[in-house]
Design a protein around this ligand. Structure first.
Ligand code: PMP
Length: 427
């Protein structure tokens, strides 16, 4: 049993010594002391089903033994910066990752986070094209440094820093958007930005396939193929941010962009790539990668042996345990059951997403789509009390984000829905 510091003590220290901007979901925040696959344990040994997986960071399960073993073995051998000497961990993982990529996407740059990966991708696009203008989609999230905060398009996550050279296109939002599910109509806005907001030449376009922070918004079908064509006609590169949707999470495909039938010029990833350890990556073509030889590009810990050994182990587990297939099977079942719940509870306005990246949007009025902000916070607490942890997000903070570890079972999915059903009934 756990005999370390209790929640109240930790909270007191957090309030005194840590960032005042930190937030938590629950009335009484949990002290999570252990994780095992899809379960988390608090200080009293109480077990919770984790349907959020640390914001999609845990892909093959908390403390997966194979990943732990790879990290420990590598830590015992050597952990250093990969810049000066050769090391097989980084080379082997880069090869394995490149093998998961379509087309000519074969060169990998490792970073420490999703923000760093997107910063690098945006810089590469600007260097390669010689243009500055970047187009991103409203409601997207891409990071918290200068360029990525500029590309992020939600006021909730933007500080007052100079955000130069970024244009935010209409969100192809199938739930609230003006053009419903017609992706090509939304895409016209991108052409108008190019025509009226730039010189006609641009550096690139960045988007998620399913907006995670934005509330599990799947881009309307037809949007990405149309936009990629426009971007390339204007000389720009297409960047796919796979920080949340990558690594088999969407079920049918390994990468989120694949369900839109496009091949990006640059793909960025983080979170799930390391099952919780800090690592990110940018993958691009050999030709585009050449731009970084114009100066020295240096990242002390990007691709360090311990994190790449861990990342490589994650890829192997995904394959060995057929977790992408599981995300498809369990995710489809879960989505069906959530859709049934929508028939029963008027407050559910929308059920959406793919695989184990699902969203449930709560509204107090289905016609007006009024965000049910207070209600969702209450349901979240009720579900926690019944042993289920789930995320929330979206611009209005009224969307359940369901992104569990990919080892989630059908029984877990049923339990999840039953608990959500009970909590909604108590409203
Ligand atoms: N892109 C997306 C789609 C994300 O969801 C996030 C993190 N929420 C990031 C980029 C930034 O990643 P990180 O927090 O690792 O910097």
């Amino acid at each position: 049993p756990y005999d370390g510091p209790r929640a109240a003590d930790i909270l007191r220290k957090r309030l005194q010594y840590l960032s005042p901007s930190l937030f938590h979901f629950y009335n009484k925040p949990l002290n999570i002391v252990e994780g095992k696959m899809q379960y988390l344990y608090d200080e009293d040994g109480r077990r919770y089903l984790d349907a959020f997986g640390g914001i999609a960071t845990v892909c093959c399960g908390h403390c997966h033994p194979d990943v732990i073993e790879a990290i420990i073995n590598q830590t015992k051998k050597i952990q250093h910066s990969t810049v000066l000497y050769l090391n097989s961990a980084i080379a082997d993982f880069a090869e394995a990752l490149a093998n998961k990529m379509p087309g000519d996407l074969k060169v990998v740059f490792f970073t420490n986070s999703g923000t760093e990966a997107n910063e690098l991708a945006l810089m590469i696009a600007r260097l390669y094209t010689g243009s500055q203008d970047i187009i991103s989609i409203r409601n997207g999230y891409h990071g918290n440094a200068a360029a990525t905060m500029g590309a992020t398009a939600q006021s909730n996550w933007k500080f007052n820093v100079v955000q130069s050279g970024v244009h935010h296109a209409l969100n192809p939002d199938q739930y609230r958007g003006h053009f419903g599910t017609d992706g090509e109509k939304y895409a016209k806005d991108v052409q108008e930005i190019i025509d009226f907001g730039t010189t006609g030449r641009i550096a690139g376009f960045i988007s998620e396939a399913i907006q995670g922070v934005g509330g599990i918004m799947e881009l309307a079908p037809g949007y990405l193929p149309a936009v990629y064509k426009m971007i390339r006609n204007a000389g720009g590169l297409c960047i796919a941010d796979e920080v949340q949707a990558g690594f088999g999470r969407t079920g049918k495909h390994f990468w989120g962009f694949e369900s839109h039938d496009v091949i990006p010029d640059i793909v960025t990833m983080a979170k799930g790539i390391g099952n919780g350890i800090p690592i990110g990556a940018v993958v691009t073509t050999p030709e585009i990668a050449q731009v970084l030889t114009r100066r020295s590009y240096f990242n002390t810990f990007g691709g360090n042996p311990v994190c790449t050994a861990g990342g490589h182990a994650v890829l192997k587990v995904l394959e060995k345990e057929k977790l992408q297939e599981n995300a498809h099977l369990v995710g489809s079942h879960l989505k069906d059951r959530l859709s049934e719940l929508k028939e029963k509870h008027e407050i559910i306005g929308d059920v959406r997403g793919r695989g184990l990246m699902l969203g449930v949007e709560l509204v107090t009025d289905r016609q007006k789509k009024t965000p049910a902000k207070a209600e969702i916070a209450h349901v979240l607490d009720l579900m926690k009390d019944m042993g289920v942890l789930v995320g929330k997000g979206g611009f209005y903070g009224n969307v359940f984000r369901i992104t569990p570890p990919l080892c989630f079972t059908k029984q877990d999915a049923d339990f999840f829905v039953d608990v959500m059903d009970t909590a909604l009934a108590k409203l």
